[in-house]
Design a binder for this molecule. Structure first.
Ligand code: SAM
Length: 214
């Protein structure tokens, strides 16, 4: 099977059959070449139904988790989105297909550099990158229509909720260092509405408003 056929199979069996309905999300997942975002020796496994190692003890998330988190953001096309945890840059590319501008933060410099290189090579021009601790958000660029945290957090950080626009959505895995629940948090005035989507397992979010390094 060529890469395009593998993506088609991935969308059909891993996403549509599990209930992903947003046609724009499905189209973005059909388009983005996931095999460019995994280490070369793993490219044959790029469209498998699970996360893969990207080095530095980190992972590219399972395709279904990328689709579900993206669907939760409810993107229509004009949004400004903050991503915390660039990792391989795959989720960043999917977001860039669907929103107006993506701000992405990664704490591990080598991962940030690789992600930036592949996203530039693929022609993405609507992404702004930053190295460092994303748990503080990106205040100068706030407010955001959406914030997506791609690592497991100890709680729903008020610092991030503060950087959401009214009606904005924060998608975040919350729990222990080892397992979490995926939450969609919508900002409504000075309160938040929380929806719990699924159990999940992410690498820990390390930083000032996250977990300690070890
Ligand atoms: N969505 C990514 C992808 O498609 O490859 C997967 C990201 S991986 C599961 C989580 C990433 O979050 C790791 O690269 C990790 O280094 C990063 N991370 C953890 N804590 C962070 C923080 N405080 N700020 C920025 N990035 C962080």
């Amino acid at each position: 099977m060529n890469w395009r056929e593998q993506r088609e199979q991935m969308v059909k069996h891993q996403l549509v059959l599990r209930g992903i309905k947003d046609q724009r999300v499905l189209e973005a997942m059909r388009k983005v070449p996931r095999h460019f975002f995994v280490p070369e020796k793993l490219s044959e496994s790029a469209y498998h139904d699970g996360p893969l190692s990207i080095g530095e003890g980190q992972t590219i998330s399972q395709p279904y988790m990328v689709a579900l988190m993206t669907e939760c953001l409810g993107l229509k096309g004009g949004e400004k989105v903050l991503e915390i945890g660039t990792g391989s840059g795959y989720q960043t590319a999917v977001l860039a297909e669907l929103a107006e501008h993506i701000y992405t933060i990664e704490r591990i410099p080598i991962l940030l550099k690789k992600a930036q290189q592949v996203l530039t090579r693929l022609g993405y021009t609507t992404i702004t990158f930053k190295g460092g601790d994303g748990t503080c958000g990106w205040e100068e660029e706030s407010p955001f229509d959406g914030i997506i945290v791609t690592a497991g957090a100890p709680d729903i950080s008020p610092v991030l909720v503060e950087q959401l626009d009214e009606g904005g959505v924060l998608v975040i895995p919350v729990g222990t260092r080892f397992s979490q629940s995926l939450f969609k948090v919508t900002k409504k005035g000075d309160r938040i509405e929380k929806e719990n989507y699924t159990l999940c397992v992410f690498v820990p979010l390390i930083g000032m408003h996250g977990w300690k390094e070890n």
